[in-house]
Ligand binder design. Structure first.
Ligand code: SAH
Ligand code: SF4
Length: 391
């Protein structure tokens, strides 16, 4: 049975604005956009804050997870007021959207320009994963993905990314839980918003703050090869790559990025990525019925992944309005997985979560009345007509 959300979106939005006294959307400096050393410079040089106070402020932000300067009770009232005049702690208005029957919880974040992004809390037996967004919408136009229908509205700023984790951590803490893993698999293509993503990762990892281990953070890309190489040079967290098809013709039909970086280019780059001994790349494979779920596809996966330190995650397609695809039958997914395992490909099945509340992979976003992006519309038309011809 679906659990009832304990706080409605409206209530929590209005509560947050009451809390703040002034609108959080006033143009103020967002403290959560800065790495610790930058914050240090900003506060000591910009505000004349003493060194030890910066440490205290950092702890208020990332240990106590406060929403307001007034909660920083070991700072003088005068300092709190001075900071409050031109800086801010929170950047978004956050609310609890839906809790699905499996406990998956969708959070909604309203941004200063009224744009909305979502993050999803996924409780597992041994960990709680938070799936976060990096953009409002997405420019990549993958034909199986709901977010693609929005097109790219805009990139998120680092503080808008950080806010999602801080809010979820606080929400989890109130329930005696924790966020143990972060995956950049919500709305958007993280490597299209490289600088903000790199900065947010650094903030998540900082040992004096949220202190996530590099092994507990995963950034997923549709295969922007150049940005991926830059990212792997600058960051040491886990990488996931959405493979999703086994030939160029097939992949280009569902992922326009393949026209720019084809399979050979992508797989060649994965082979030479600098990985440490234990590190493996996660390859994600959305299974689309009668499109990429045959044994021939599985055979091609064996060839494609040769020489790449990877594990494969099979994600059964999550349906959404306007999609030409269906989820393969359970039996087919199992056969596909068994074949790959028999060929020694390390292959897992991504458990489907939150589907009943549109909180699963590829179900995030709110295209509303927006027209479909042109490149997506054209590809969808081709896929729909392929399906008609196949019938
Ligand atoms: N833009 C990044 C990360 C966000 S999408 C990327 O594409 O990798 C996260 C994952 O969800 C990707 O592996 C993507 O292929 C998958 N996905 C998208 N739409 C889906 C759907 N409808 N059903 C199942 N998985 C989907
Ligand atoms: Fe963007 Fe990822 Fe969706 Fe493709 S699958 S449209 S890259 S969010």
């Amino acid at each position: 049975m679906a659990r009832t959300p304990d706080v409605s979106l409206e209530t929590s939005l209005s509560r947050l604005s009451d809390w703040d006294g002034v609108s959080v959307f006033e143009p103020k400096i967002p403290l959560c956009a800065f790495e610790k050393n930058e914050l240090y410079t900003l506060l000591t040089e910009g505000y004349g804050v003493k060194k030890f106070r910066v440490k205290q402020i950092y702890q208020w932000l990332y240990h106590h997870l406060v929403d307001d300067f007034d909660e920083m009770t070991n700072l003088s009232k005068a300092l709190r007021e001075r900071l409050g005049k031109s800086a801010r702690v929170r950047t978004t208005l956050a609310g609890i959207g839906h809790i699905a029957s499996d406990g998956t919880t969708k959070f909604t974040f309203k941004l200063f320009d009224d744009a909305v992004v979502e993050a999803v809390f996924l409780p597992f037996e041994t960990r709680n994963t938070l799936c976060i967004s990096s953009q409002v919408g997405c420019a990549m136009g993958c034909t199986f993905c709901f977010t693609a229908q929005m097109g790219l509205v805009r990139h998120l700023t680092p503080d808008e990314i950080v806010d999602q984790v801080v809010f979820a951590k606080k929400w989890a803490r109130d329930r005696d839980q924790n966020v143990s893993n972060i995956v950049y698999m919500g709305m958007g293509e993280p490597l299209h918003n490289l600088d903000a993503v790199i900065k947010s990762v650094a903030i998540f990892k900082h040992e004096d703050g949220l202190n996530f281990s590099r092994r507990k953070i995963t950034v997923s890309t549709s295969g922007l090869v150049d940005a991926m190489n830059t990212f792997m040079d600058e960051s040491d967290v886990q990488l996931a790559v959405s493979l999703n098809a086994t030939t160029d013709i097939q992949r280009s039909k569902i992922m326009p990025v393949n026209d720019r970086y084809d399979l050979e280019t992508l797989m060649r780059s994965l082979k030479v990525l600098p990985l440490d001994k234990r590190q493996r790349i996660t390859l994600e494979y959305v299974m689309l019925k009668d499109f990429n779920d045959t044994i021939e596809d599985a055979q091609r996966i064996v060839k494609l992944t040769k020489g790449i330190k990877c594990k494969l995650n099979l994600i059964p397609f999550n349906p959404h309005p306007g999609s030409p695809f269906e989820t393969p039958e359970e039996e087919n997914i199992e056969k596909f997985q068994e074949y790959l395992r028999s060929k020694k490909v390390s292959c897992f099945r991504r458990k489907t979560r939150g589907r009943d509340e549109m909180a699963a992979c590829g179900q995030l976003g709110e295209p509303g009345e927006r027209p479909l992006p042109k490149h997506l519309k054209k590809r969808l038309e081709i896929l729909h007509s392929d399906r008609m011809n196949a019938k």
